[in-house]
Design a protein around this ligand. Structure first.
Ligand SMILES: [Mn+2]
Length: 839
């Protein structure tokens, strides 16, 4: 990943962060992450962090729930059969299983109907009513569907069957006409949370019925509710989060017979299961049944109580899932061949592809994978022998497939869906026209999507306690992603390729405070380009606490090892010496300056870098903090064979590197290269004669965080803040009493105050400030100073010119520091450019 792009570090409102930190007693980091996730109310944040079953809302508060409960109990009491109508995906099947199991447990006689993806299509199926009639059912309960099928409700009513619809899909305008309609998206619904999955709604129904019966074993169904909730990718917030947290713990205890067997077959032995396990291990197997076979197989599997039978069924689902993968591979290979034979396909901004060889049950999942991998909207169509195409479309948030299908509605027989996903049927002969229609640039939004980084962690924060601190945010999933961090200038002290195909990279990282391990999945091949002996690296990662051999340790799941600035890489890797030409022409700082910036902040050995530049015999100037640093640097450079001077005379060797402190930068302005060895900390360090010189080609930012920290300390020592001044004044007052002349030695005062930021110079500055605002009278000023504390009145520090002056120096430094710590080169370049424009 190139350093210049695609990332954006979230900004958390500091007042909100402080509020959450204080009111919840949590760490500032955790508070910051919550703020970044949109929490502003401490009560909401508390519920998010520590919500438990007691925090579930009252199910009877859902519209029509009391009616639904009464109707169901009435039918059970009358011994009348109830049919549960589900849906064929993982959410629908788990919803069905929850209601069936829970009703049987309280003595209901039940039937079920799971619609077939191919015969029935989506929604409340008419055949279900026929089945109800044939089996003398008097009540149908739908789960995860039914909101848009009033005509089927009517048919049921005509047959003397009552209907309760429970669903979570959008509600169309037409009245549903059911005996009870439980859907949180209903207009006028006042329930506090509206994003339950179908399984969540089914679970609330059971919670309501059981609570009415004074039972509390509704909690037994949390595992299935959690599977449906995760599989349906609803946001894991509020009740969903509680359901999933509790459900994961039940699943971890292997309470569900079938799912335990499934985990056994797939070699998942860990107890702490996460939504990841549901999304990638459990749900695909449940979904496979509905995609290529019969979803009732998944339902039977979820209902099975006999371990041996459950094992067989779990195996069967795994086999179906393998078949599903093979069917997907057919599509994958077909499309890859198409691309190889028609490379111009890669230029099309939207793909519309159809085939008679593609299985209808897997086009949706295939479309979403192609959309992800090829970064464009994808429409895939499976055509049957009669020439009818059934299509599925997916896109990311820079396009709208629902709008696209709408703009082509005259070519389609039927369509539905939302912004990111759609389904449709169409005649085969319209495919080319559809392709033309949806390749319309107007359907694209011009938004560039950045990967959001939650926050920057300093190297010293990269440890086990930070990893544990953020664990309260788990479980992660939809609507609650794992926090992503960036840490700059980390030393990778070794690395090795791991994995069967050596495709992962294991890293041993030293933060300067401790050592941590990291793993970069899929980045094995990057090993050869990482110059870890020459460069520090900026890493983008998730931080986790792992247990290895009973030892808890922090572990970095590295998402990106940011590439160094290419020009810096060229210099340090010797490509410049070899005459490989520069990349700097490509750099697009606004063209007001003719030099380019080289980001060498991550260089480990600064002198070695200078030596490389020196070897190329460029006219260079190194800028340092002061005379002392100049002398020391020159000594060290000479030792390494770099000729350098800090006086410019007529007979000076043209090739010698000139080393000067900032204040003398004006003495040598005709150079090609400026090397910022120390961070400029005042505006006037950016000398216009030098930085606007037409001869200047490159400016190397060579100082790293260590020098920034050093300067920050200098600033604190030289520019004492209000608290430090108060502390010094109180100290003086204590030894002086009032009115008497005392003699003090600033060095002694400093050392007895035992504070890193109070040095001799700090005391001297403080005395100057105090005398300017008339707090003390300096009687005599030698090595020891005689002074008298004056009569007390409230004084304003801002009246002291020295204080104002020092204060503004310090703010300049902090402004510059913010600029210097921007992770990305283009921001740094723009900032420096702007400073020069203003000078
Ligand atoms: Mn659903």
């Amino acid at each position: 990943m190139n350093k210049n792009c695609q990332f954006e570090i979230s900004k958390a409102n500091p007042e909100l962060t402080e509020k959450l930190t204080g009111e919840l007693g949590i760490s500032p980091l955790l508070a910051k992450l919550l703020v970044v996730r949109g929490f502003s109310d401490p009560a909401d944040a508390k519920l998010f962090l520590h919500g438990s079953l007691n925090d579930l809302h009252n199910p009877m508060d859902i519209g029509d729930m009391p009616e639904a409960v009464d109707i169901i109990l009435h039918h059970i009491n009358n011994g009348e059969k109830i049919l549960v109508h589900g849906d064929y995906d993982a959410d629908g099947v788990t919803s069905t299983a929850i209601v069936l199991k829970a009703l049987s447990r309280i003595g209901a006689e039940t039937e079920y109907y799971v619609p077939d993806r191919f015969d029935d299509g989506y929604g409340f199926a008419e055949d279900a009513v026929k089945k109800a009639v044939n089996t003398s059912v008097k009540l149908i309960i739908t789960v995860d569907c039914g909101s848009s099928n009033p005509e089927i409700v009517k048919i049921a009513h005509d047959a003397g069957i009552r209907v309760i619809i429970t669903d979570h899909h959008e509600v169309p305008e037409r009245e549903i006409g059911a005996d009870a309609f439980v859907n949180l998206k209903k207009p006028g619904e006042t329930y506090p949370f509206k994003e339950l999955a179908g399984a969540g709604v089914a679970f609330k129904l059971i919670q309501a019925i059981y609570t009415k019966l004074n039972r509390d074993d509704w909690i037994d169904f949390l595992d299935l509710a959690a599977v449906g909730t995760v599989a349906d990718v609803v946001p894991l917030r509020n009740e969903n989060r509680i359901i999933v947290k509790e459900g994961m713990s039940l699943l971890g205890k292997r309470r569900h017979v079938g799912i335990s067997k499934l985990l056994e077959i797939t070699n998942v032995t860990r107890a702490d299961l996460t939504p990841w396990d549901v999304s990638f291990i459990i749900a695909p197997k449940i979904n496979a049944a509905g995609r290529i076979g019969d979803a009732t197989r998944a339902l039977k599997f979820l209902m099975e109580e006999d371990p041996e039978e459950a094992l067989k069924q779990a195996q069967e689902l795994c086999n179906l899932n393998e078949q599903r993968q093979q069917l997907e591979n057919v599509i994958k290979e077909d499309i890859e061949n198409l691309i190889n034979n028609n490379p111009e396909m890669l230029l099309q901004s939207v793909w519309v592809l159809g085939s008679r060889n593609w299985h209808q049950g897997v086009i949706g999942i295939a479309a979403s994978k192609f959309c992800q991998n090829f970064k464009r909207p994808v429409f895939l169509i499976s055509i049957d022998e009669k020439g009818v195409g059934r299509g599925s479309s997916r896109c990311s948030d820079n396009y709208n497939v629902y709008e696209a299908l709408g703009s082509a509605s005259d070519l389609l027989l039927h369509y539905g869906g939302h912004k990111l996903a759609g389904g449709f049927t169409m005649p085969e002969e319209n495919i080319d026209k559809l392709r033309e229609r949806v390749n319309n640039p107007d359907l694209f939004k011009s938004t560039v999507s950045f990967q959001q980084i939650d926050c920057e962690l300093l190297p010293e924060e990269l440890n086990l306690s930070t990893a544990e601190e953020i664990e309260d945010l788990a479980p992660y999933g939809e609507g609650n992603p794992k926090p992503v961090f960036i840490t700059r200038q980390l030393k990778i002290h070794s690395m090795t390729q791991v994995g069967v195909r050596e495709n992962h990279l294991k890293l041993w990282i030293s933060t300067g405070y401790n050592d941590v391990k990291g793993i970069a999945f899929g980045k094995g091949e990057e090993r050869s380009r990482i110059l870890n002996n020459d460069l520090f690296y900026d890493l983008v990662y998730n931080l986790e606490a792992d247990t290895w051999n009973n030892v808890r340790e922090p572990s970095l799941k590295v998402q990106d090892i940011l590439e160094p600035d290419r020009e810096c890489y060229r210099i340090i890797s010797g490509l410049e010496d070899a005459g490989i030409c520069s990349f700097t022409d490509e750099q697009n700082t606004e063209d007001t300056l003719n030099w380019s910036l080289v980001d060498a902040r991550n260089i480990i050995n600064q002198r070695q870098y200078i030596k490389k530049l020196y070897n190329n015999r460029k006219k260079s100037l190194i800028l340092t903090r002061n005379h002392k640093q100049t002398t020391a640097l020159m000594q060290n450079l000479r030792r390494e064979g770099v000729e350098c001077v800090n006086e410019i005379k007529d007979n000076t060797d043209m090739n010698a590197v000139v080393v000067l402190p900032f204040e003398r930068a004006r003495e040598k302005t005709d150079v090609e290269e400026v090397i910022l060895y120390y961070p400029p900390y005042l505006w006037n360090h950016f000398v216009p004669e030098l930085f606007k010189s037409p001869e200047l080609k490159r400016v190397h930012v060579l100082f790293n965080n260590a020098y920034l920290e050093k300067e920050e300390k200098n600033q604190k020592v030289l520019c004492p803040d209000r608290e430090t001044l108060l502390r010094i004044f109180m100290y003086l007052q204590k030894i002086a009493g009032s009115g008497e002349v005392i003699r003090i030695d600033p060095a002694q005062v400093a050392s007895s105050m035992k504070n890193d930021y109070i040095q001799t110079i700090t005391v001297q500055v403080a005395l100057k400030i105090f005398s300017e605002i008339d707090l003390v009278e300096i009687v005599d000023k030698k090595k020891e100073i005689s002074l008298r504390i004056k009569k007390q009145e409230r004084r304003d520090l801002d009246e002291s010119p020295t204080f104002r002056n020092q204060f503004s120096r310090k703010s300049v430094f902090y402004e510059l520091k913010e600029l210097y710590t921007k992770p990305f080169l283009n921001e740094l370049a723009c900032g420096i450019n702007q400073i020069l424009q203003e000078r």
